[in-house]
Design a protein around this ligand. Structure first.
Ligand code: 13P
Ligand code: SF4
Length: 343
């Protein structure tokens, strides 16, 4: 990149958190992104909540655990994270020598925002003997205050790995925490955070849908509230839900999680029907506004200009990655290895 181009990129990033440079509408973005991928020796990791076209061009599509395993093991020089900020930070902690790009730095997360590290630090002083388990959906700074990280697909294994006589603090998701208390029988002190997308579902509207589709199974992500989970035939992480729809004989599913996952469900089971669970407001979507900040244009610009890049201080990487490494070890022992290779 020339010095002039770099200056433009830096200014744009300061202003918007992403590169707001006009992209020639006649460009074939798929072709251009694939070309840049080769030139930069880059991989694109995409979460299941991304737009379908981003999932289709990604090298790997997966849930939070699978993507962090990919980030830890890749031999690429550049990781382009089509996801949200905490995911790209996790990738940077696991592969500090690699360039990690997030197409839009403002792709945040309501859960991560709900738990500022300085407040949490003060709060946890009340429980000095407790083990701190944090959902991976938290800031890098919070990870430096955490003993073991978890994702929705390994949370149960992580809790089960903690000696029975130890108290547990769980942050930041109170819904996942409450669900874990129920399935593991462990008492936990819960931080009062929640995901804005998974708290939006309407139990009443889901019941009406179930009446209209009595042959449909209702499946939900554990970030949903307890009264929604109580209605579910199956509860699981995004990869768990996807797998369930492939293996369960039902032909119809009502799905309570971010709507992006429906793309992979439809690709993997083209003969089955998937109905997104309705939200409790009049807005027709249960899209995560943070995840959906990424677009094909931003992905292309990020790879072209190699910006916006994730930077973390060395002490944050060193201290924060300990809890992620513990999580990965527990996952490996439990046989939760990545099997989501798309290409
Ligand atoms: P998983 O990827 O663990 O299913 O979590 C969903 C989520 O909310 C990611 O932001
Ligand atoms: Fe955060 Fe919820 Fe969006 Fe996931 S879906 S990134 S938890 S706000």
């Amino acid at each position: 990149m020339s010095a002039a181009e770099l200056a433009i990129a830096e200014k744009e990033l300061e202003k918007h958190g992403f590169l707001d440079i006009e992209v020639d509408p006649s460009l074939d973005l798929v072709e251009e992104i694939n070309k840049l991928k080769k030139e930069r020796n880059a991989i694109i990791l995409a979460h299941y909540y991304q737009e379908s076209e981003i999932q289709d061009i990604a090298d790997y599509v997966g849930d939070s655990l699978q993507l962090s395993q990919m980030a830890a093991n890749t031999e690429a020089d550049m990781i382009v994270f089509a996801g949200v900020h905490f995911m790209a930070e996790t990738a940077k902690m696991l592969s500090p020598s690699k360039k990690v790009l997030l197409p839009d730095l403002k792709a945040g997360c309501s859960l991560a925002d709900s738990c500022p590290a300085p407040l949490f630090k003060k709060w946890k002083e009340k429980y000095p003997d407790h083990v701190v388990v944090s959902y991976v959906n938290c800031t890098a700074e919070l990870k430096t205050l955490t003993d073991i990280c978890c994702t929705s697909s390994n949370a149960r294994h992580v809790i089960d790995s903690i000696p029975k006589d130890k108290g547990i603090i769980f942050a930041p998701d109170k819904n996942l925490g409450a669900y874990l208390q129920k399935v593991t029988g462990r008492e936990m002190v819960l931080w009062n955070g929640a995901c804005m997308v998974h708290e939006i579902f309407s139990a009443e509207k889901i019941t009406k849908l179930q009446v209209r589709h009595p042959d449909a199974k209702f499946i939900a992500h554990p970030e949903c509230e307890a009264h929604i989970l109580d209605k579910a035939d199956f509860i699981g992480s995004t990869s768990g839900l996807l797998k369930f729809t492939q293996t369960d004989p039902s032909m119809k599913f009502i799905v309570a999680t971010e709507a992006g996952i429906l793309h992979q469900m439809e690709l993997k089971s083209p003969n089955k029907e998937f109905i997104p669970a309705p939200p409790n407001n009049t807005c027709a979507c249960n899209d995560c506004p943070h995840m959906k900040r990424n677009t094909m244009e931003k992905l292309y610009l990020a790879m072209k200009y190699e910006q916006p890049e994730i930077h973390l201080e060395d002490w944050v990487i060193e201290k924060g990655r300990v809890c992620i490494d513990r999580m990965l070890e527990i996952s490996e022992k439990a046989g939760l290895n990545t099997s989501n290779k798309v290409k």
